[in-house]
Design a protein around this ligand. Structure first.
Ligand SMILES: NC(=O)c1ccc[n+]([C@@H]2O[C@H](COP(=O)([O-])OP(=O)(O)OC[C@H]3O[C@@H](n4cnc5c(N)ncnc54)[C@H](OP(=O)(O)O)[C@@H]3O)[C@@H](O)[C@H]2O)c1
Length: 323
């Protein structure tokens, strides 16, 4: 098949290109300046948010069999794609669970949960994704599938979420962790998501589908243990976990999520990870064990030399509290 990837040199989009090339598809990419890491790809440069520029770079090319849209960051980008790619038989749009008006805090039982409406501010990420879905559905109807991705993790992730934990276990003697070790967490490995997006491009599904790991696939504690163990395997040692109760963390000024990635305030923590993924399982979204994701991320981040800031001083303060 001829697959056009919008994006192609980034985290998810790079993994999609790798998966599509690996399955023998002919792949073209559209980026502003980036180049895919794998050879054998037709590299086109345009700002996909600019309808004229996208139309110009695609003019004269055969209509692809499918598009995988991995860089939908504006509604203008959805409109541009709808105009320039009107005749494509399959369009897979990478949306987000942020499109749901009630998330966070959630839960999101299934894809029928309401998304942000047309009056919401599309300068915000969630409303932008919801409106982009509407634009693409109006253009492509049954030919479009919206993969509402949850938290994407794995090698190549430069957001410094998972990698922050690995970095702290590698560099600190004591690593402050929230006490809520039993909190269920669900994430999706970038390689699982990417290969599945290619499968969706090959097939004829449509409509929205929540694209993340199954509820209860791991816990916060399980994720942290996996980070600790991955570091021990390469370094022979790792920082010791220092569980601290939520109220102590908050009183010390520790910011949920920003200072302790994946840590959510108690009022959203129990429901935010509850996203129904029955449809994704039916459509074959795989979920590899979290240990595998963490180990591969650690290997990548060591190789890439990914830098991380010092932990915030509020964390040092709670680490020193005698107990
Ligand atoms: N990361 C998550 O946890 C998460 C969660 C839910 C949903 N999502 C969604 O998943 C998708 C992929 O996210 P990601 O962060 O992994 O992206 P990514 O693949 O790193 O996307 C960036 C790629 O898109 C290209 N690009 C960006 N803006 C462009 C533009 N205006 N015109 C042309 N090319 C452009 C970039 O190249 P150039 O810079 O050279 O243009 C790069 O190749 C997005 O739709 C995002 O909203 C992500």
């Amino acid at each position: 098949m001829e697959i056009l990837v919008l994006g192609g040199s980034g985290f998810l989009s790079g993994a999609v290109v790798e998966a599509a090339v690996g399955r023998g598809h002919r792949v073209a990419t559209v980026t502003r300046t980036g180049t895919p890491a794998v050879p054998g790809v037709t590299v086109l440069h345009a700002d996909r948010d600019d309808a004229g520029a996208l139309g110009a770079v695609l003019a004269g090319r055969p209509v692809p069999d499918a598009v995988v849209d991995c860089c939908g960051f504006t509604v203008a980008g959805a409109r541009a794609a709808a105009a320039a790619l009107a005749d494509v038989p399959r369009y897979v749009y990478v949306s987000s669970i942020s499109a749901y008006a009630g998330w966070p805090p959630g839960p999101v039982p299934d894809e029928s949960a309401p998304t942000f409406g047309p009056d919401a501010d599309t300068a915000e990420y969630g409303p932008m994704k919801a409106e982009s879905e509407r634009v693409l559905t109006a253009a492509f109807g049954e030919r479009v599938l919206h993969a509402r991705a949850g938290l994407i993790v794995g090698p190549g992730d430069r957001t410094r979420r998972l990698t922050t934990w690995l970095h702290r276990f590698a560099t600190d003697d004591v690593v402050v962790v929230p006490e809520a070790a039993d909190l269920p967490i669900a994430v999706v490995d970038v390689r699982d998501l990417a290969s599945w997006l290619v499968t969706l491009a090959e097939e004829t599904w449509s409509g929205p589908v929540n694209a993340t790991g199954p509820e209860g696939m791991t816990t916060f504690g399980g994720l942290l243990e996996a980070c600790h163990d991955a570091v021990v395997r390469t370094e022979g040692r790792a920082g010791a976990l220092r569980p601290v109760p939520d109220d102590v963390l908050l009183a010390a000024g520790v910011e949920p999520w920003r200072d302790l990635p994946f840590w959510l305030p108690d009022d959203v923590a129990r429901t935010a990870w509850q996203v129904g993924t029955a449809r994704a399982r039916e459509l074959g979204l795989p979920t590899r064990p979290i240990d595998e994701t963490v180990t591969a991320t650690w290997a990548w981040q060591r190789e890439a030399g990914l830098d991380h800031p010092e932990p915030p001083s509020a964390l040092a303060r709670v680490a020193d509290v005698p107990r």
